[in-house]
Design a binder for this molecule. Structure first.
Ligand code: SF4
Length: 267
């Protein structure tokens, strides 16, 4: 049997979603990433609406006016339903408000680096690596927005269209973002990551972005790295035994339920 570190390196490069699946259900992970079996993914219009909202935000952050970004996104997704179009209109306030906040940040502090849909990756020794090629990739991810401010602080933001959750539920994902950006940007002095909830009402301050703690560069390279490494090892250890595990994925999202022994499928 492989130890956790060997397992980790065997399946690398990891993504946050891949690691989440391994942690939740080794059976589904094995189907998807080892046997490479195609599942039966249910149509989920909420996901599609979220994808289009991401695209509108992406266009806005790249400088397209909001109305034009909506028009372009609707051209790119011609299959959109009336309900989705209505839902996207409900997101408009959040999208406009977010773009205004980024402009304000630029005016008040100064944005010296901006990357939208940034593709980031690290090696097992936590140095930056190519996202798409190379044999030494440990963990990679796409970051919706990566900014570096004039004061040396890096900010990373992930847009989510679902219901807001406490920031602790996103800790592993945000930790990964922090190690990505400090590996990529040697001049960054501190870093902070947050979630922008595009589909929710604003909080009492009129904001929809929830931030994790800020860290110095040193803290990311010691404490946060350690957390990421421990999390990945715990994920890999879960693959020692391939068995279905009833979890939140079963009822709503699992594409392997028809094949799953726990749901009378054939193993
Ligand atoms: S239905 Fe649940 S237990 Fe079965 S493979 Fe999917 S996530 Fe695992």
């Amino acid at each position: 049997m492989l130890d956790a570190k060997q397992t980790l390196l065997t399946y690398a490069p990891w993504s946050y979603s891949m690691a989440g699946l391994a942690k939740d259900c080794s059976y589904a992970f094995n189907k998807k990433y080892v046997e490479k079996v195609k599942g039966d993914k249910p149509e989920d219009s909420a996901t599609s609406t979220g994808t289009i909202a991401h695209r509108i935000l992406e266009l806005g952050l790249l400088g397209t006016a909001v109305d034009a970004a909506y028009t372009q996104a609707l051209v790119e997704y011609p299959q959109i339903t009336f309900e989705q179009r209505s839902q996207l209109e409900c997101f408009r306030d959040a999208i406009e408000s977010f773009l205004r906040d980024v402009d304000t940040l630029d005016r008040k502090i100064g944005i010296v680096y901006r990357d939208v849909e940034a593709e980031l990756c690290i090696t097992p020794d936590f140095t930056a690596a190519s996202y798409s090629e190379g044999s030494d990739r440990l963990l990679r991810g796409k970051v919706d927005l990566h900014l570096v401010l004039k004061n040396g602080q890096a900010l990373v933001i992930d847009h989510k269209s679902g219901a807001a959750r406490a920031i602790k539920y996103h800790q592993q994902q945000l930790d990964a973002y922090l190690v990505f950006i400090t590996a990529k940007q040697p001049d960054v002095l501190s870093a902070r990551a947050g979630i922008h909830y595009v589909g929710t009402l604003p909080d009492r301050r009129g904001k929809r972005t929830v931030w994790g703690p800020g860290y110095s560069r040193h803290a990311v390279q010691s404490m946060v790295r350690e957390r990421v490494w421990s999390w990945l090892l715990s994920v890999a250890a879960n693959l020692n035994e391939i068995k279905p595990n009833k979890c939140w994925r079963c009822s709503r999202f699992c594409e392997y339920q028809l094949q799953c022994p726990l749901f009378n499928g054939q193993s």
